[in-house]
Design a binder for this molecule. Sequence first.
Ligand SMILES: Nc1nc2c(c(=O)[nH]1)N[C@@H](CN(C=O)c1ccc(C(=O)N[C@@H](CCC(=O)O)C(=O)O)cc1)CN2
Length: 296
Amino acid sequence: MSAKIIDGKAFAANVRGKVADHVAHLKEVNGITPGLAVVLVGEDPASQVYVRNKGKQTVEVGMNSIEHKLDASTSEADLLALIDQLNNDPEVHGILCQLPVPDHIDADKVLAAISPAKDVDGFHISNVGLLGTGQKAMVPCTPLGCLMMLREEHGSLSGLNAVVVGRSNIVGKPMAQLLLRDSATVTIAHSRTKDIEEVCRRADILVAAVGRPEMITGDWVKPGATVIDVGINRIPNGEKTKLVGDVHFDSAVEVAGAITPVPGGVGPMTIACLLANTVTACCRAHGLEEPEGLTA
Ligand SMILES: Nc1nc2c(c(=O)[nH]1)N[C@@H](CN(C=O)c1ccc(C(=O)N[C@@H](CCC(=O)O)C(=O)O)cc1)CN2
């Protein structure tokens, strides 16, 4: 039997709708318009597309979009000065620096310079610590999107066996923390994990965030499991290229109970959750009630 396909595009549209409703409420009742500042350094083509989409969707939900596109040769000091300026701008509620940054810039330094309260990517060490200790944090967008889809699929995640394949700071580790927070039994698997196929086969929830095209095949999947594919890999396809996940979709779809496709699964949720985090940051900054269903 074929799995249910989780429609990330539709899910993301729904999240954006909720964000837009809350933004309208903030404007009408409180006279506040949330503002998101996005900083891009250099001309990486994929980053340019992501930043363009972030700006477009920010405006579509009624928020202010502030874009800073800097030359690839921008010095680290100049970038840090810009972040300092944005940290001190009361019109800016969320700040992010698009990753990756050019090699001469230390990404960790940049992330540490963003005010934790405006860190809508949830990458600042303070937010990492708050999430890890179960406190109110800004949560990284991609794992937050995965969590929203899993909650919708399962209701409660309590007691379910969740396996996260991948241990990156941006996806794998925060994903594991979020699953733990929802009382799942969590395993993080990675390139050194012994019998990784067997570990994956025990998962009721399998999150693939390893960055290796189609590594996880159907025989790694427990029948009926929910498979969330975070991978975005461009591979050759004849004369052209195509986008695939970390999961071999055609075999996994025959075994799983529900599965996210690539494209159109987790990806669209990343920007939707960025907008959700921005409205959350704005509410927190002004001591206002946070929107329901848009945070972890
Ligand atoms: N500061 C940040 N940098 C990066 C992040 C991030 O969350 N914060 N994540 C990625 C890039 N990213 C957003 O920034 C992102 C990636 C993918 C998608 C998406 O919608 N993907 C589509 C396919 C797109 C395509 O055709 O290429 C999908 O999966 O359906 C949105 C946002 C790295 N940098």
